[in-house]
Each structure stands twice: as structure tokens, then as C-alpha cells.
Write a protein that binds this ligand. Structure first.
Ligand code: BTN
Length: 326
């Protein structure tokens, strides 16, 4: 109920009477008063004026369970939210929740991670109070081979959520890094649990650099954050809610065909390396070619110097720009 009160107060932008809150949520005056008291304790600035009711005075977000729930405008993606002040890793927690029966759409969010995980066994720096770390649980009913496309769906959603929230153009470096101005602002890690050829669950984790911060020397030249790029404060809960909204739309489209035929176009429009020379780091032998966008299964098409085209599968190789990160 607290999240519902919060969204109503925010939506109204004016006083809402105690009577209206009681009627809407079918609870007593005392219950409303208690809920308001708890929200205030969490840091929400709610004014109470006799004969007028309650008003949300400050609009700056208080990142946490209720802020996230009250901003989530989706049917299923991001429901329920499981928020933690600190976790080892939202991916680890999401896998645990999925094993315990958490429904599809459950979103695990943390303010900080003590063992944030990146791809290829690397770590993911996850300080408190500045960034967005979240993992979505899916329980799809298709063959495990299609899972790599889900990260591409999330990449599209994150890029769109960033543009929607911050007004800056976010691009995708195939398969799933999000870049702004040639620098990485978000990374994703998808993990799959399969039993006897069936998917038990998929968890898709994303870490978005949001607030102004110093990056460690190894990534200082290739990383950026949203607040540096858009020059203002970025509300993390709204960002996550916008990403979930975009994810829900794109994932439902993906499910219609179980491939990227419907999503290829919006994906290619955001593809930073489209039409550029790229180096494919194939363990069987590196090569250079021109990136031509993705095909309907999400592979990157690369035109080789002899004119032939190779479809590069995300799980096997990485692609770099020949002059740097993109
Ligand atoms: C990369 O190496 O680019 C992937 C980074 C993925 C980081 C996110 S943060 C939320 C989720 N939890 C983790 O432990 N990792 C992912």
C-alpha cells in the first residue's frame, strides 16, 4: 500500500485527503497515518495539513523498495521488486530467488554489491549510492539456444530506458554493452539454468553507471556515467522503471517470433559499430571486417575483405573497434 500511496501523491502533485486514501485502498485512517509515518521515516518528505490531507513535497527520489514499486509502470516486468541495500551480487540473489520459486518478472535490485560480477570471470565495481545494479528473472518456454538473444533484448531496453530518462542517445556495442559518446555506461551478464534440455530460469543482470564517480585507472578512458553525459541528476528508480517498461514491450515482441526479425531494425539503429571496421577476436583466428548489423538470430554480420559475410555468434567471440573500444 505504501508504494500505491506514493504513486498517487506523486501523480496528483497536490494534497490528497486522508478520506480519499482510506476509500481507495480500503483501509482505516490509522492504517493510512501509519503508512505515511513509515514513508516519512524512509526519507520521503510528505506534508500533512489538517482538512487538506497529504502532499509529497519533494520530488527527488529516495532510492529503495517503495520508490521502485511506485514508479514501475509495467504489467509483469519488475513485479515484484526485491530491493536490498547491499548484496554480494544481484545475479547470485536472483538465481536463488528463482530456485525458490520467484515468478517471472521478479526484479532484484541492490544499492551496492560486494561481489559484483562481470563477463569473462571479471568483477564489476559496485559502490553504494551512485549506480543501478539489477537482475531480472525470466522463465521462458523455449530451447536454451535462444537465450543469447535475451541479452540483446535487454540491451535494446537499457538503451531506450536511458534515452527516455536522460534524453541522451545511448548506443549498443554488439552484443550488449551500452555506450554513450564511445564510452561504456552499462554492462550485462546473463546466466542460464538448464535441466534436461529445458530452461529452468534465465537471469539477466545489468549494471548502469549513473552518478558522477572516479573510475579505476584500467577503465578510466573507456567508461562513462549518465550524469557526466547529460549534465544533471539522474533518478535511478525512474531509470530502472523505464528500462523495465521497454523490456516488457520488446520481450513480448520477441516472443511472437522467437527471433530478432521484429527487433532487428530498432537494434541496428542503435548499433554503434554498424558500417564500421571491426576486429573479431575469434579464438580460431582473429580477423577484421565491416560490421553490417545483426541477422534475425542476433548474430553480427561481418563482411570480410574478400566480400564474404560471416555471422558472428555472441557467445564465442568479442568484437572491437579497430581504433579503440568501439
Ligand atoms: C560486463 O562485464 O560488462 C557485465 C557487467 C554486469 C554487471 C551487472 S551489475 C548487476 C548484475 N549483478 C552482477 O553481479 N553483475 C550484473
Amino acid at each position: 500500500m505504501k508504494s500505491k500511496i506514493l504513486s498517487l501523491l506523486r501523480e496528483r502533485g497536490d494534497y490528497v485527503s486522508g478520506q480519499e486514501l482510506c476509500e481507495r485502498f480500503g483501509v482505516s485512517r490509522t492504517a493510512v497515518w501509519k503508512a505515511i509515518g513509515q514513508l516519512k521515516k524512509e526519507g520521503f518528505s510528505i506534508e500533512a495539513v489538517q482538512n487538506r490531507g497529504y502532499r509529497l513535497a519533494q520530488m527527488e527520489e529516495v532510492f529503495g523498495q517503495h520508490e521502485l514499486e511506485s514508479r514501475m509502470g509495467t504489467k509483469w516486468a519488475g513485479h515484484p521488486v526485491a530491493f536490498f541495500e547491499a548484496l554480494d551480487s544481484t545475479n547470485i540473489r536472483a538465481k536463488l530467488e528463482a530456485e525458490r520459486g520467484a515468478p517471472e518478472g521478479t526484479l532484484v535490485v541492490a544499492d551496492m554489491q560486494t561481489a559484483g560480477r562481470g563477463r569473462r570471470g571479471r568483477g564489476w565495481s559496485s559502490p553504494a549510492g551512485v549506480n543501478a545494479y539489477f537482475t531480472l528473472i525470466l522463465k521462458p518456454d523455449f530451447e536454451p539456444g535462444k537465450t543469447s538473444m535475451l541479452t540483446l533484448v535487454m540491451a535494446l531496453a537499457v538503451a531506450e530506458g536511458i534515452t527516455e530518462t536522460c534524453g541522451v542517445e545511448a548506443c549498443i556495442k554488439w552484443p550488449n554493452d551500452i555506450v554513450i559518446g564511445g564510452k561504456k555506461v552499462c554492462g550485462m551478464l546473463t546466466e542460464l539454468s538448464v535441466q534436461q534440455e529445458y530452461i529452468q530460469h534465465v537471469v539477466i543482470g545489468a549494471g548502469v553507471n549513473v552518478g558522477l564517480q572516479e573510475f579505476v585507472p584500467e577503465i578510466a578512458d573507456t567508461a562513462t556515467c549518465l550524469e557526466r553525459e547529460c549534465g544533471r541528476k539522474v533518478p535511478r528508480a525512474q531509470l530502472i522503471a523505464n528500462i523495465m517498461k521497454a523490456f516488457e514491450t520488446y520481450y513480448e515482441k520477441f516472443l511472437e517470433t522467437l527471433d530478432f526479425s521484429e527487433l532487428k531494425r530498432p537494434y541496428d539503429e542503435r548499433l554503434v559499430n554498424c558500417g564500421r571496421e571491426v576486429r573479431v577476436m575469434d579464438p580460431k583466428g582473429e580477423y577484421t571486417g565491416i560490421s553490417k548489423g545483426i541477422n534475425s538470430t542476433g548474430e553480427l554480420l561481418v563482411e570480410r575483405p574478400d566480400g564474404s559475410e560471416t555471422a558472428v555468434y555472441a557467445g564465442e567471440v568479442s568484437v572491437r573497434g579497430i581504433y579503440g573500444y568501439v
